[in-house]
Write a protein that binds this ligand. Structure first.
Ligand code: AMP
Length: 287
């Protein structure tokens, strides 16, 4: 695996080797502290492209909370070994200035409702930062396809919208959520959970599964009330939100009739660690 720190080197290699030979490039942007969730994106990219590029960059622009940025887990050595072991071709490992040169002025984006709800509402500026870094990385890597996890469903929708608005010639490939054996969605943040909290963390997925199995018998509002009450009984958790939203625009769903696809989205703190997860209830279904 090639490890590249400078965007100029990456651009040179990709144009001289990739473009000249008409090779397809799959791209997996990450913030590191890699796990099998990231691994699944790399594997998918490898199966669909000639070259797979992964990047690791903890993007300060997308953290509205400085201490969250500082506490974000990092282990470049372990990540590099993992990427080697799964056969990633190129790792782009930039520093701050390589991504944001001195005097850099971020673009302003308008994603409408997509950035006003859920993560957008609770993490002001988060998606502006995500969109800016992804736009810059796409401009450097110029991928044929880019891979994003449904774990961050709202982020995936924002990126699809970004690509559409700016006419970026890349295919966005959504990838299913990879979970631990007990159902907890894999996340770099899970490493920050205390052992006792880790044992309880699967409660989020239990609630999502309950919603998926029972939604048909209740209204969306009743489902949300059920989940809120269930969280109130778990003193270790502090529920930030539970939302039921349409898959295409993430507008709140207040009835199932005429809804063509909906998911449940949860953000909750457990021992000071913020966890998010979601489940698709149905697609293309109109009662
Ligand atoms: P992150 O390093 O958290 O920014 O994640 C990088 C990419 O990996 C994003 O597209 C995430 O949605 C995706 N990802 C993270 N965790 C998972 C998971 N458990 N399953 C599938 N994709 C994931």
């Amino acid at each position: 695996m090639l490890i590249i720190n400078k965007k100029s080197d990456l651009v040179d290699i990709l144009s001289q080797y990739g473009e000249k030979n008409n090779l397809s490039v799959g791209f997996v942007p990450t913030m590191g502290f890699l796990h099998s969730g990231h691994g699944s994106l790399i594997e998918k990219s490898k199966s669909e492209n000639d070259i797979t590029v992964c990047d690791i960059f903890v993007n300060p622009l997308q953290f509205n909370d400085r201490s969250d940025f500082e506490k974000y887990p990092r282990n470049t050595e372990k990540d590099t070994a993992y990427l080697e072991s799964i056969g990633c071709d190129i790792l782009y490992l930039p520093d701050y200035e390589d991504v944001y040169p001195l005097g850099h002025q971020p673009l302003q984006y308008d994603f409408g409702n997509l950035e006003k709800v859920m993560e957008g509402a609770f993490r002001p500026g988060h998606f502006q930062g995500v969109a800016e870094v992804v736009r810059i990385l796409f401009d450097i890597v110029k991928p044929t396809k880019a891979y994003f996890g449904e774990k961050d469903f709202q982020q995936l929708r924002i990126i699809q919208e970004l690509v559409k608005q700016l006419n970026i010639p890349v295919q966005i490939v959504p990838c299913p959520i990879v979970r631990e054996a007990d159902g907890l969605a894999m996340s770099s943040r899970n490493a920050r959970l205390q052992a006792e909290d880790r044992k309880k963390a699967s409660f989020i997925f239990e609630q999502l599964s309950w919603c998926a199995m029972n939604y048909i018998n209740f209204s969306p509002e009743q489902i949300k009330i059920h989940v809120k009450n269930a969280f109130l009984e778990q003193s270790e958790f502090s529920l930030e939100y539970v939302e039921i939203a349409a898959l295409h625009d993430l507008m709140p769903v207040d009835k199932w009739e005429n809804c063509k696809g909906a998911g449940v989205y949860i953000a909750a703190f457990l021992g000071g660690v913020r966890l998010i997860d979601n489940i698709v209830l149905f697609r293309n279904f109109a009662k």
